[in-house]
Design a protein around this ligand. Sequence first.
Ligand code: UDP
Ligand code: MG
Length: 323
Amino acid sequence: MTNKSKSISIVVPAYNEEGNIQKLYDEIMKNIDHQSLLELIFVDDGSKDNTWQMINNLHNEDHRVVGMRFSRNFGHQYALLAGLSAAKGDAVITMDADLQHPPELIPVMVEKWREGYKIVKTVRRNNERISFFKRITSYVFYKVFSFLCGVELSDGMADFRLLDRMVVQHIIQNREVSLFLRGLIEWVGFESSIIEYTSKERFSGTTKYSFVKMVRLAWAGITSFSIIPLRFGIILGIFSSSYAFYRLFYAIYIKLFTNSAVPGWASIIGVVSLLFGFLFILLGIIGEYIGRILIQVQGRERFIVSDCTESVIPTNKPLSGSF
Ligand code: UDP
Ligand code: MG
């Protein structure tokens, strides 16, 4: 069977996106090759508005639209995972609901896949529509992540991509709790292609990624891909003990070769509080990793599906909760 006759699933996580669902559907339908579209899966991540109603309305009109609803807001990464687990297509495209990921790119992605790439990634070209704050935080995060984790991530890479069935199988088999799909997709390997796009303004509503959610995602990414933060202790230890040695020799020198009394109070307090500072930071970092181990060991479900338009219950046994 050639890739031409193969089917495509589209997965869209949606959290309070009532104003975007219909428009996104229309735009996707304008751009997709209808013979290959198997399903358009909306994952309602515990929305409080009419998102679920909108999904059901679309499902009644077009049975290729299916939906599942989480029992609460579990987060974007878990919504993507649920969608990937439920998808049946030979390739799965994931994209945001707010039309910032242009549906016009879908045919280009599919074409690349047909050329043989197992992963087609997209990178957002920076433009003035993306806030300065978002650009700078994203730039810093990707630099830090690449340095700490040894996994090269491009600035502006979002969860808008096409994955071949083979890759999807590997991703959904993963039992990781602190899910950071961008990293995981680099980790699995396979031949990939990158397409650039210019992000548009959000069609309706405001961003659902609060600052806290962004920090949580960044931290989940770093701690699930790197143990280097734990090694900070060694580096800080080397620095602080070198400094302590220097002070020791200095004290001996003063004692032996000068007559001046050394009050020393300020320097002692300074050094002690500096070291306590390091210590607490390190305890905090260790605590973070232990917390993650606890959550992983508890083995809670990572998401709970409370409602479905039809039998789209994810096929993988979900494990472990979100946090
Ligand atoms: N989203 C989600 N759960 C959340 C937060 C976001 O499913 O807890 C979805 C949201 O509906 C959208 C996508 O994830 O389809 C990206 O979110 P958003 O556009 O708000 O992020 P931004 O583009 O501002 O980074
Ligand atoms: Mg967006």
